[in-house]
Design a protein around this ligand. Structure first.
Ligand code: B12
Length: 212
């Protein structure tokens, strides 16, 4: 781990108590120390949000606290912005969307940032994206790749319908899918589409981007 347990513990305590300024100080400190964006995302933002989810599931924090922690984390992602756009542009682009009925968008935002870090344009179009709108966006932007995020296993049907819509309209389009929803299954659905690939982690995503 790059981030120490002490720093993580302090950050989590500040996040849960809504102390934004203290969270900013920790994150800015890590950025000043030139932490890799991926380490910051996984070891601080993802780890703490997974812990928030666990505490919420165990009734140890309220929905309000979970919403507050999410809002703070979304704000903190902006601190990373100056680091994102320093890479040389490679002339490629990706659209990143959450599948229908999927309101978890933090992971998808991070995926969009990883594209930017690697010199791509990463167009993040947000939570609960309707298939029709995504099709219009693909027409307009003509991306090299589309990335879909699924956090809930119950979103699988929506993702499958979205994949049907995308692949029938754009049979040559390369699509990747990922997210926590796949912990419970769904890879078999993805495999039935020739140009669609399940990508398990940000590390695997970076490999794909670099070899694309
Ligand atoms: C914040 C949150 C919410 C917020 C989201 C707001 C927002 N702006 O995003 C709101 C309030 C909307 C919400 C609602 C719900 N939530 Co919620 N939520 C969470 C929480 C606490 C954090 C999510 C998060 O940001 N994680 C951090 C990000 C960085 O992680 P990530 O999403 O996994 O993304 C990473 C990877 O998966 C990957 N990735 C993601 N997408 C993609 C795509 C590609 C292509 C690739 C390569 C990689 C990739 O990259 C990211 C970086 O590594 C999680 C807890 C958890 N374990 O995540 C619960 C959690 C996901 N929610 C849960 C539940 C149950 C719900 C609700 C059903 C609750 C309810 N009864 O209403 C609703 C469903 C809403 C819906 N239809 O989407 C459960 C799901 C359990 C399950 N078995 O599926 C969880 C796990 C909490 C829990 N412990 O029980 N939630």
């Amino acid at each position: 781990m790059v981030i120490s347990e002490t720093v993580y513990g302090d950050y989590l305590a500040f996040l849960l108590s809504g102390k934004k300024a203290e969270c900013v100080t920790i994150v800015q400190g890590l950025i000043d120390q030139k932490i890799f964006v991926k380490d910051l995302y996984l070891e601080l933002f993802q780890r703490s949000m997974y812990q928030v989810g666990k505490l919420w599931e165990e009734n140890k924090v309220s929905v309000a606290t979970e919403h507050m922690a999410t809002a703070i984390t979304e704000g903190l992602l902006q601190l990373v912005y100056p680091m994102l756009f320093s890479a040389d542009h490679v002339g490629k682009s990706a659209i990143i969307a959450c599948v229908p009925q999927e309101y978890h968008q933090l992971g998808a935002k991070m995926v969009a940032d990883i594209f930017e870090l690697n010199g791509w344009d990463g167009y993040f179009v947000g939570a609960n994206t309707p298939t029709e709108d995504l099709l219009g966006n693909i027409h307009e932007k003509k991306p090299d790749l589309v990335a879909l995020s699924m956090s809930l296993y119950v979103s699988l049907k929506g993702m499958d319908e979205m994949l049907q819509g995308l692949t029938s309209t754009f049979p040559q389009l390369d699509i990747i899918v990922g997210g926590q929803g796949f912990l419970w299954g769904g890879v078999e659905v993805v495999k039935s589409y020739p140009n669609v690939q399940y990508v398990k982690s940000l590390d695997s995503l970076v490999q794909i981007i670099k070899t694309y």
